[in-house]
Ligand binder design. Structure first.
Ligand code: HEC
Ligand SMILES: [Cu+2]
Length: 478
């Protein structure tokens, strides 16, 4: 009904003794209908209206129909008989759902038809002139198209994310049996998250771009209140997914924690800011964690000061180390599957050098592990010392003297680098290769004047490292 006014905003004067009426009108015009209205004043009587109009013309006077202090008839009489551009309506806001209009005017029959048509158009809750009805209709017919396009975009983005993440190395190499179920679950979660991310972001951006407000459109969106079907759906689907994930999670956890009764036991002690590893079975104390491959190890974790956390990313599993003694010891089972060097780092902020709380974790073959254990329990770090020890332990010194005297075999005094006469007439230099050959394969070269009685199996038990130790020992005998 305001279309008749040529100015862009309608100048309105309100006549009412109730502040709430003014508020109701303003929110009706501006918020609900989105009309361009300029409230030029508020008065409490017909005299006030006349005074205000005299000062400044207005387009429309709105009278509070339910205000008993105002005489409606006076207003109507004044405006119907009066001249000028100002129009009058009486509005009742007593019903919160609607505004009742009383547009009482005297019209000549010739104008009546035009008024009637205008009134019908304006009586529609959403006048077509504001673009709303046409807009809604267009959207409805396009709804399916929008939905299909957005869904395709969701799928495309999901696939891109999954393949894109395949290019980036999200996780380090999986080097433990426990890493398998964990990585499987991780992958599943990642796919689900990629899909959910796409679903939300695509629909959001699509709505922002495609359904953005058109320039002149100041109307509100359609008001939607509740949708039981949708609510049931978006409750049920996540519920099923979460239940499924917790089942898979429980299954993986059981697999990750499955004990092996023959597991190697290692005590792991965390302290500001280093690690100590103790192997009770061997009495070894080490600052690096050496583990045999394909064998389960059970770590007993404890802290000497604050909370630390044992984390080797390649093994995936992680566990806190708590101070407080025996009853706070935590366990962690790991079955390394790949020989290599890793690093344990502290994953719990534990003080100023937390970031440097790293120690080597070395996974070796069972044979190398045995060598390491032997080295650790063999005390000495001096190869000559160790060589003397092996020579005694393996019984070499019962046949070889160190002082030049002749026992069952030749003395080792001055042996290294000397010329040795063999029974087959050859003369060889006693270098490293010769000594190794003499130990590994004693029958190959027999020293002149001695019987071929050096036990052949003696060398079989000796690792290369130990033979090197013995050579180092022999070299010192001059
Ligand atoms: C049962 C006695 C016996 C024992 C035990 C024995 N050897 Fe011998 N070894 C001999 C005899 C005899 C020879 C000389 C004949 C020969 O060359 O086979 C010899 C030769 C050698 C030679 C060459 C020496 C030279 O002068 O050319 C080396 C090196 C050697 N033994 C190292 C060892 C080592 C190391 C062990 C311990 C792991 C060991 N032997 C244990 C009897 C023994
Ligand atoms: Cu720490």
């Amino acid at each position: 009904m305001f279309r008749n006014f040529s100015r862009s905003s309608v100048r309105v004067l309100i006549a009412s003794n109730h502040g709430l009426f003014r508020h109701g009108l303003v929110s009706l015009f501006k918020k609900k209908l989105g009309l361009k209205v300029e409230i030029v004043g508020e008065v409490t009587s017909l005299e006030g209206v006349i005074e205000a109009i005299a000062k400044r013309p207005v387009d429309l006077v709105i009278v509070d129909y339910d205000d008993e202090q105002l005489n409606r008839e006076d207003f109507i009489a004044h405006f119907v008989s009066g001249k000028g551009q100002t129009r009058l309506i009486l509005v009742s806001l007593s019903n919160p759902e609607s505004a009742m209009l009383y547009d009482r005017r005297e019209l000549p029959l010739s104008q009546f038809e035009a008024w009637f048509e205008g009134w019908q158009a304006s009586a529609e809750p959403r006048p077509a002139s504001f673009g709303e009805a046409g807009f809604n209709h267009r959207i409805r017919s396009n709804r399916m198209k929008h939905f299909v396009v957005a869904s395709i975009l969701v799928i495309v983005l999901t696939v891109l994310l999954i393949f894109g993440a395949g290019q980036v190395r999200l996780l380090p190499v999986a080097a433990s049996a426990q890493a398998q179920p964990i990585d499987q679950l991780f992958r599943l979660m990642f796919f689900a998250i990629a899909f959910l991310f796409s679903l939300i972001v695509v629909f959001m951006l699509y709505s922002i771009v495609v359904f953005r407000r058109k320039k002149e459109d100041e109307s509100d969106a359609r008001h939607i209140e509740g949708n039981t079907k949708l609510e049931v759906t978006w409750t049920t689907i996540p519920l099923v997914i979460v239940l499924g994930l917790s089942f898979l999670g429980a299954r993986s956890l059981a697999e990750v924690e499955r004990p092996d009764p023959k597991a190697l036991e290692v005590d792991v002690i965390g302290l500001q800011w280093t690690w100590r590893f103790e192997y009770p079975r061997y009495g070894i104390v080490s600052n690096e964690l050496v583990l045999p491959v394909n064998k389960q190890v059970i770590l007993y974790l404890s802290s000497q000061d604050v909370i630390h956390s044992f984390w080797v990313p390649e093994f995936r599993v992680k566990q806190d180390l708590l101070p407080g003694g025996e009853e706070f010891v935590r366990t962690l089972r790991i079955t390394p599957t790949q020989i290599g060097s890793y690093k344990v780092r502290c994953a719990e902020l534990c003080g100023i050098r937390h970031a440097y709380m790293e120690s080597p974790v070395i996974v070796v073959s069972q044979a190398d592990f045995d060598v390491w254990v032997a080295q650790q329990t063999g005390e000495s770090t001096d190869p000559v010392e160790r060589g003397r020890k092996w020579s005694t332990q393996y019984g070499c010194l019962s046949c070889h003297s160190l002082d030049g005297s002749k026992l069952v075999g030749p003395t080792w005094l001055g042996l290294f680098g000397s010329e040795v006469k063999l029974t087959d007439g050859r003369i060889v230099i006693a270098d490293e290769a010769y000594i190794i050959e003499s130990i590994r394969n004693p029958g190959a070269a027999i020293v002149e004047g001695y019987p071929n009685i050096m036990p052949a199996n003696v060398g079989q038990d000796l690792s290369d490292e130990r033979i090197q130790d013995i050579i180092a020992f022999i070299k010192t005998l001059r």
